[in-house]
Ligand binder design. Structure first.
Ligand code: ATP
Length: 568
């Protein structure tokens, strides 16, 4: 940098300029105005040059430190968290907050933060893709949260959706149990005896119409299923569906749980992803070959009654041996299990358990739960009820409208729901978080190894240092990628810090614009799980990222592998 003197109308002015190379020419570019006095100008120039050098040295130092921290050995350890630890993590990283936290929260209600909302959306998107979009025999609906109250009378929810509220005589723990369990089950906290404090219906009551005397009492839906049953005929006719077929729905449900607890596991407001699969009674499942080799821990009624251990079995075999009564039931259990495993959940943490006779809901003739080994123990993740023709029959009776369809022989029949997979979005979210939570002892930070399809942010883009030429390229990349993916631009902190921040929320890829990028028109992509890096042309980036997220290409094959020396 050098001082330039300019004479304008007889007066002298001093400027600080620097030489820059542009298009093969060397140009003199103005950096700062230094005033009219030569001595003052020299002093100012010295100060400016000093501070510019300071900034650039700091940037160089930070880049060096980042590279160094990235080169320390990556050693991932699986961490098993308690439900409270997970709740803390979720709060700190923007996944989930207690609803209305500034007012002390409200039991059983949760708000999803800027990261949590994306994870939840991705879970729902993947579920819909797997169960609706990719199938010919399932279509979706989106029903109302509040519907005609007659629906809940017909379905039996007003009369029979009854829990018994109990309190432990020893420790005072409050919970709900099934009517038939009173006197049989012990307190889950201290093994003490429960005492009934009355029966209750967990449906939230609401008033339709603002003027009380003219209003009608209805309910916030406690399950999405009924909205499928009441729309059954419309959907079947308009979508021209032939048996067997399914109707799927994802949406909010509300249950006034007596004792909401264990973070998202037992909430009062949550979302369900459900399918009602309709068949003609006794119709065979034509898809059994798809699930021939799927094994899972099985815990049927007999094993539970005789105090026997669970047994690992092929679901197919369990069906052949009539442990699972119908092929459709076995098929849908295996499909759901496959969905979880395909998205990275751990197979050894799942089992299927048959409901005992006194556990079943009022509408069910056989129910299995897909259970997951939560830190609190084995718990229901998803229910699979055989609802037979109960619901359609009830609605036919109460509405006086036919729910029958014409079968292949031209006969009118009432379809059966031989299996209803019903999964809570929040419980699925817990599973994916528990199973992806790792700690890197080398880099000393959390790595959330979420399947990229579920990752809230697909890529973070950084300029290596905060200089205009890198910032511009990084921002252009972000603008382009945002057309298709949820990506972020991140320029604050060292590169190492930026990697760590993104590892912790499960961002699978970090894209860096470095000193080679302006000339080579490329950038690096760093893989979250093993910190390997590849160089990719910026013009190919969107396509490469798409293939990586969809698992269509191996990371090492997606670009030119960058040699990074690892410090042992
Ligand atoms: P639980 O026995 O745990 O109370 P349930 O048998 O009443 O559950 P279902 O009526 O079968 O549950 O509901 C289907 C799914 O909805 C469950 O498998 C679960 O994933 C989810 N679910 C049910 N209740 C809750 C709740 N209070 N909070 C979060 N998710 C829930």
């Amino acid at each position: 940098m050098y001082i330039v003197k300019k004479k304008i109308k007889g007066k002298e002015y001093y400027y600080l300029n620097k030489a820059v190379r542009e298009g093969g020419k060397v140009l003199s570019k103005n950096v700062a105005y230094l005033g009219k006095d030569k001595k003052e100008a020299e002093k100012k120039a010295k100060e400016i040059i000093g501070s510019i050098e300071k900034i650039s040295n700091a940037q160089k130092r930070r880049a060096k430190e980042s590279r160094k921290s990235e080169k320390s050995v990556s050693k991932l350890e699986k961490k098993e968290l308690s439900i409270e630890e997970l709740a803390n993590f979720c709060k700190k990283r923007g996944f989930v907050y207690a609803s209305g936290e500034i007012y002390g929260g409200l039991g059983g209600f949760w708000d999803f933060g800027h990261i949590g909302v994306e994870l939840k959306k991705n879970i729902k998107k993947e579920w819909w893709k797997f169960h609706v979009q990719k199938r010919e025999d399932v279509v979706g609906i989106d029903g109302a949260v509040i519907t005609n109250p007659k629906v809940w009378q017909a379905s039996g929810h007003v009369k029979s959706f009854i829990d018994v509220a109990v309190v432990c005589k020893k420790c005072g723990f409050k919970t709900k149990i099934d009517k038939h369990e009173l006197g049989k089950v012990k307190c889950e906290k201290c093994d003490g005896e429960y005492k009934s404090i009355g029966e209750f219906n967990p449906m939230f009551i609401t008033q339709i119409g603002p003027i009380k005397k003219d209003s009608v009492v209805s309910y916030l839906r406690p399950e999405t299923a009924q909205l499928i049953f009441i729309n059954f005929k419309l959907v079947q006719e308009n979508a021209r569906m032939q048996l067997p077929f399914g109707i799927a729905q994802i949406g909010k449900v509300f249950r006034n749980e007596i004792s909401p607890r264990e973070f998202l596991f037992r909430s009062r407001e949550f979302e369900q992803m459900e399918i009602e699969y309709f068949i003609e009674d006794k119709m065979k499942c034509p898809y059994m070959d798809e699930m021939k080799n799927i094994k899972i821990l099985v815990y049927d009624k007999k094993m539970q009654e005789k105090g026997k251990e669970t047994k690992i079995m092929k679901i197919y075999e369990a069906c052949k041996k009539k442990i699972i009564r119908t092929d459709w039931h076995a098929y849908w259990i295996s499909k759901q299990y496959q969905w979880f495993i395909g998205l990275g959940a751990y197979s050894e943490k799942f089992r299927i358990r048959q409901h005992l006779s006194n556990e079943k809901s009022h509408y069910a003739i056989d129910t299995w739960d897909l259970e997951y080994k939560f830190p609190m123990g084995w718990r229901e993740l998803e229910g699979f009820s055989n609802r037979s023709d109960y619901d359609l029959k009830q609605h036919q009776k109460y509405s006086d409208k036919s729910m029958e369809v014409i079968n292949a022989n031209g006969k009118k029949i009432l379809p059966h729901v031989v299996c209803e997979p019903s999964l809570g979005v929040e419980r699925a979210l817990l599973v994916f978080l528990f199973d992806s939570y790792f700690y890197d002892v080398g880099r000393k930070n959390v790595i959330l190894k979420l399947n990229p399809k579920l990752s809230p942010i697909k890529a973070a883009v950084f300029p290596i240092v905060k200089q205009a030429k890198y910032i511009k390229i990084a921002q252009d990349i972000v603008d382009d990628l945002k057309e298709e993916f949820n990506v972020v631009y991140d320029k604050s902190g060292s590169i190492g810090r930026r990697y760590a921040r993104n590892d912790e929320i499960g961002t699978p890829y970090c894209i860096t614009v470095d000193d080679k990028s302006p000339k080579q028109k490329d950038c690096t992509i760093r893989n979250r799980d093993d910190t390997k890096q590849i160089r990719v042309k910026i013009s190919d980036l969107r396509g490469v990222l798409r293939k990586l997220i969809n698992g269509e290409i191996k990371f090492e094959k997606a670009g030119k592998l960058v040699e990074t020396r690892v410090k042992k």
